[in-house]
Design a binder for this molecule. Sequence first.
Ligand SMILES: [Zn+2]
Length: 391
Amino acid sequence: MGLLIKNARAVLPDRVTSPLQVLIEDGKIAAIDETISASAPTLDLAGDYLFPGFVDVHIHGGGGADFMDATVDAFETAVKAHLQRGTTTLVPTAMTATRQELLAFLDAFLAFRATSPYGSHTPGVHLEGPYFSGADSKSKGAQKGDVLRSIDLEEVEQLIKAAKGSILRWDAAPELAHSAEFATRLKKEGILCAAAHTDATGFEAQAGFEAGFSHVTHFYNACTAYKKREQLVTAGIVEAAYLDDAVTVELICDGKHIPKHCLHLALKIKGADKVLGITDATRIACTDAKTGMLGSLTNGTEVIVDDGVAKLPDMTSFAGSICTMDRALRVLCADYDVDCVTAAKMLSTTPAAHIGMADTIGSIAPGKTADLVRVTPDFTVKTVIKNGHVC
Ligand SMILES: [Zn+2]
């Protein structure tokens, strides 16, 4: 049946157009032009922006549900909550947890994919941990200290097997023993290997990148950077990542985790093709709750909401975020003076490439899946279109 979108200021990979028309047929973008005549139903955008649907590759939950709840219902709740805010594709992220909890998470994901009408919104999963620096590390952030552990290659095999090819990305600290074998094993499996919650010096980070770590998780947060301790100065993973052109980074775009100057520095050095915007959203996102649990309801970490961000109750660390991709867009375009084309790259195109889906999603072009978001001039998400259907 199709859909003809009229008067859209489309945010294309190279420019924002003046108002024009976008024709959708069979769930795909069929044409973008000033004059299209088609008998399809119409949607008049009255000059609003048309962004590509947002792609969030680091997200723990929302709408009261965390993916670590490990039920089909929880997956559906979080996916639907973020869909309303413009996220048309997301990669459910597991926290550091016990082996049993991670296996339950993987089982629930596979059941969700197989049975839910929203299963196709999630192409695979992201494991954040459990192999990070020890419980006394400043970089552990809100990861659970009692289940952080050293790299266990036997456990890696079990989780890969249980996931049945669904792990898209796995984060670990590159300074840990066996990190090179870990990276090599993931590469063989086609899983992207990322560095996170790390105490690595510049040299250790560089060795990690040479071994196959190719991305830095929530860059600047739970990361090392230049430091002087007594007579010794060290660089950290921040500087090592800037020096390695092959390395991509992601930033939590809630306006709290990343100062404006750090965001612009990352964009200046790496370019928007290598800088992803993420939410790192927790279950409290898309709710009015002031407290909640990060991770599992029975064995998770208690967090509070303060100043628009989730924190550990003793305020020693941020603990994930309550960000959504529509808020990320507002932070970028309204608060941080990022142009729309760059913001669309950070929130859609670059994360789509990160998960190997740049050919089908992440930008507005003929032949791409019609995952689209109508955004008002003050950067409020007004309408979400998934696979050509208005949600
Ligand atoms: Zn996270």
